[in-house]
Design a protein around this ligand. Structure first.
Ligand code: HGY
Ligand code: MN
Ligand code: MN
Ligand code: MN
Length: 419
């Protein structure tokens, strides 16, 4: 029986709009800010809870807020490993409204479309909303899926702190998430297969006028924090030859980071300095301390690590030359993930059944699937986003593009849950 799930696009778009309105961003939607464990995050979770219940799904929330909404009709063996899909609903400051949410609400709509179609899965299907995919609050991305996959232990989790020094455990409990952190990790056989629907966050699909991207691999992200310590002093009283200016040193380091990335042998190597703090931050005081972050990624982890090594060596030499000290912490340096052939094949079949062209590609953004791939055979479905823009309020995927992605997701889930 060939399935032809109909996607209720208007309903899904309305739900995306409703979710986008739950935001701390001073600008109105489509600009969104939704940081994990804030009141706004909790409001968004409550909104989603209502939708899950309306769809007759059973909801389980784990000790750190990862939320699992399960469809297990009589046709399904409740003890069988499930087919999973999902993504995240937290959003970095001044972000767009589609990053992550298309995978959560699209996953819910895919399940509803299969329910409407009368599909009878042989195994449970669940849509997951991961806690804290973005690194905004605790510095490291995907803390929810890392913990599920056992990449972050309970001991690692409690060491994470936010900008005002509150640790992860205190913050999660204050937000109402309790329970033993050891219960977050899922068993190796919890999922039979995992697929995430996400906007591409890049220009490739749109440039090729392709409606669907089948992800073959997810790039390897690494995050470092650099601390530069020089000597402060009076902006008028200290002559240039005597200066040990931490900000000038950081500026030289940041410029050389850009040079290293631009001259990398791998075209997928990207380097971003997204945060810069200057102390004391007074117009007439020479900066004595600077902190900056480095987000370094590549589909080739060896190349990424070689560039990281070169950057650190360059900083050491420059620090000696300038008389400043430069130290760094590595917050994460993860391997890339390869997607699973059986899941890739299921997505390809779904695209062909839906008569949608597809293109096989890599993901340069990281996703919760990077860590779900440690736990289950994993795949990702990409849809185009306008001009490749993401992490900006003008992030946009059209109703047709979203609907096509959800249709392919529904057919993929059906294929994976049919045996
Ligand atoms: O940064 C990323 O790749 C993801 O969007 N958090
Ligand atoms: Mn993101
Ligand atoms: Mn995302
Ligand atoms: Mn705090």
């Amino acid at each position: 029986m060939s399935l032809e799930p109909t996607i209720e696009t208007d309903r899904l778009l309305d739900e995306l709009q409703q979710l986008a309105a739950i935001s701390d961003c001073p600008e109105p939607p489509p600009a969104v800010t939704r940081v994990v464990f804030t009141e706004t995050d909790l409001k968004a979770r409550a909104y989603l809870q209502g939708l899950y219940e309306d769809a007759g799904l059973t909801v389980r929330v784990d000790p750190i807020g990862n939320t699992f909404a399960r469809w297990c009709p009589p046709s399904a063996d409740a003890d069988a490993p499930a087919v999973g899909t999902g993504s995240h609903c937290d959003a970095i400051p001044h972000a767009g409204m589609y990053d992550g949410t298309v995978g959560v609400l699209g996953g819910l709509e895919a399940i509803r479309a299969l329910q409407r179609e009368g599909f009878e899965p042989k195994r449970p299907i669940e849509v997951v909303m991961f806690t804290s995919e973005e690194p905004t609050r605790f510095g490291i991305g995907c803390s929810g899926s890392r913990a599920i996959a056992g990449v972050l232990s309970p001991e690692d989790l409690v060491k994470l702190t936010d900008d005002d020094g509150d640790d992860f455990d205190t913050v999660r409990q204050r937000a109402g998430f309790t329970g033993d952190l050891a219960d977050v990790k899922l068993a190796e056989d919890h999922y039979h297969a995992w697929t995430e629907l996400h906007i591409e966050q890049g220009p490739k699909l749109e440039k090729q006028n392709m409606p669907i991207g089948i992800v073959m691999g997810i790039a390897a992200p690494a995050t470092f924090v650099f601390h530069v310590t020089g000597e402060g002093g009076h902006a008028g009283g200290v002559l240039m030859p005597e200066r040990k200016d931490a900000l000038c040193a950081a500026a030289e380091a940041i410029h050389s980071i850009e040079q290293f990335a631009r001259s990398s042998p791998s075209p997928d190597l990207v380097a971003t300095v997204g945060e810069l703090d200057v102390f004391p931050g007074a117009v007439n005081s020479i900066p004595s301390k600077v902190r900056f972050t480095l987000d370094l990624r590549d589909t080739d982890a060896d190349n990424r690590d070689q560039i990281a090594q070169a950057i650190h060596e360059d900083c050491n030499e420059m620090g000696l030359r300038r008389g400043v000290t430069i130290t760094s912490e590595t917050l994460n340096a993860d391997p890339p993930a390869a997607c699973d052939k059986a899941v890739i094949d299921a997505i390809e079949k779904a695209c062909n059944d839906a008569d949608l062209r597809w293109w096989k590609m890599v993901s340069r953004a990281y996703h919760d699937s990077l860590f779900m791939a440690r736990l289950a055979p994993t795949g990702m479905i990409f849809i185009p986003c306008r001009d490749g823009v993401s992490h900006r309020p003008d992030e946009f995927s059209s109703p047709n593009e979203i609907s096509a992605g959800v249709e392919v997701l529904a057919l993929t889930l059906a294929e994976l849950a049919s045996s």
